[in-house]
Write a protein that binds this ligand. Structure first.
Ligand code: FMN
Length: 141
């Protein structure tokens, strides 16, 4: 589900003529991140916090190397009173690394289809598209 959100954001940015690449965080190294003007980091909420993959990726970035670089954040999560929120943890880490969080995060709600499968709640992908359009606008300003 998180991959679909990432690809949706990528596609909207492309439509808006923003140059963009989309990676799994395990494919990305700090050096690669440094060569971009903006990082849009996301992951699923797992056990009330960002998943292991995005956490390990962020932990491998070195403080001070990203000062002033733009970043924004998204996650996928359940819509419950107590579900945790990966965006908060990702934002906190990016802020401590010096990133400029230029836009409030995108939370995309999913629901269970049973047997360990998930679907987007109604309207959530459309919400992601609108968020990505706003990101494109801010990056192009
Ligand atoms: C082991 C496990 C723990 C999870 N913990 C949470 C949680 O604490 N809060 C929440 O909102 N969703 C939780 N979820 C639901 C995930 O957020 C959901 O599976 C994910 O957003 C789907 O995206 P993905 O297909 O990219 O993993 C959990 C799912 C799994 C499998």
């Amino acid at each position: 589900m998180t991959k679909t959100v990432a690809e949706t954001i990528r596609d909207v940015l492309k439509e808006k003529s923003v140059e963009v690449d989309c990676f799994y965080c395990r494919e990305l190294e700090a050096l690669t991140v440094k060569s971009y003007d903006c990082l849009i980091a996301g992951g699923p909420t797992m056990a009330f916090r960002p998943s292991m993959g995005i956490t390990e990726f962020l932990n491998n970035l070195t403080s001070g190397e990203f000062s002033g670089k733009k970043a924004t954040v998204f996650d996928t999560q359940l819509q419950m009173l107590v579900s945790g929120n990966a965006t908060k943890g990702i934002e906190k880490k990016l802020k401590s690394l010096g990133f400029d969080l230029f836009k409030s995060p995108l939370v995309v709600y999913v629901e269970s289809k049973g047997k360990g499968t998930w679907q987007f709640k109604s309207g959530e992908l459309e919400k992601a598209k609108i968020w990505a359009q706003e990101v494109a606008k801010e990056l192009s300003a």
